[in-house]
Design a protein. Structure first.
Length: 185
């Protein structure tokens, strides 16, 4: 991925789920590609401010772990994690923290790699990463009290005949992304 390339379906969901008065927490923000995708107040959280390379810098507001977010409870309307959640060591602790920092009615929105991509990453990165399906990830957030949990598609911003009529097959075999969302009651 080039250093400033934004993914259209991520921008679509940010614009769909956020108002200009809202606050967004981006866990694992890296270069904070989506900082200006909405008019909402954007806070980027990452483990470090160190740059990836001389060409790709991080744009981090809060240096911290998703397992210990140093903000008050009920602070954010939306918490997102893009290609990050699978890398978190303690998913349970991170979900408790995400739940804590979300306002009532706030939304969690996870964009993660599907099982096939995660298995490739395990081989290339030579360490264990979770390999969940979209259903397992949805069920995981439900266990932490999130309601109205649903699976989203990466082409919601477009009309694709294949995805519209063969959603399950598309998600299982053609999409490299798992997208789940839920609300804090």
């Amino acid at each position: 991925m080039t250093k400033n390339r934004k993914i259209p379906f991520i921008e679509y969901y940010l614009q769909k789920f956020v108002n200009k008065e809202d606050k967004i927490l981006d866990i694992g923000c890296g270069p904070a590609r989506y900082r200006f995708s909405t008019q909402a107040l954007y806070i980027g959280l990452d483990l470090t401010k160190d740059k990836y390379s001389s060409e790709i810098l991080r744009s981090v507001d809060v240096v911290a772990s998703a397992e210990d977010i140093p903000v008050a409870q009920n602070s954010f309307n939306l918490v997102i994690a893009i290609s990050t959640f699978y890398q978190i060591s303690n998913h349970n602790k991170a979900l408790k923290e995400i739940y804590r920092v979300l306002k009532p009615g706030g939304r969690i929105l996870l964009f993660d790699y599907n099982r096939l991509i995660q298995k490739r990453l395990i081989k290339s990165e030579k360490h264990f990463l979770p390999c969940w399906s979209q259903y397992e990830l949805r069920n995981l957030i439900q266990q932490f009290g999130f309601t109205k949990c649903e699976l989203l598609t990466r082409t919601a911003h477009r009309t694709l005949l294949v995805e519209r009529y063969f959603w399950l097959l598309y998600q299982r075999f053609m999409s490299s992304w798992i997208i789940v969302t839920g609300l804090k009651p």
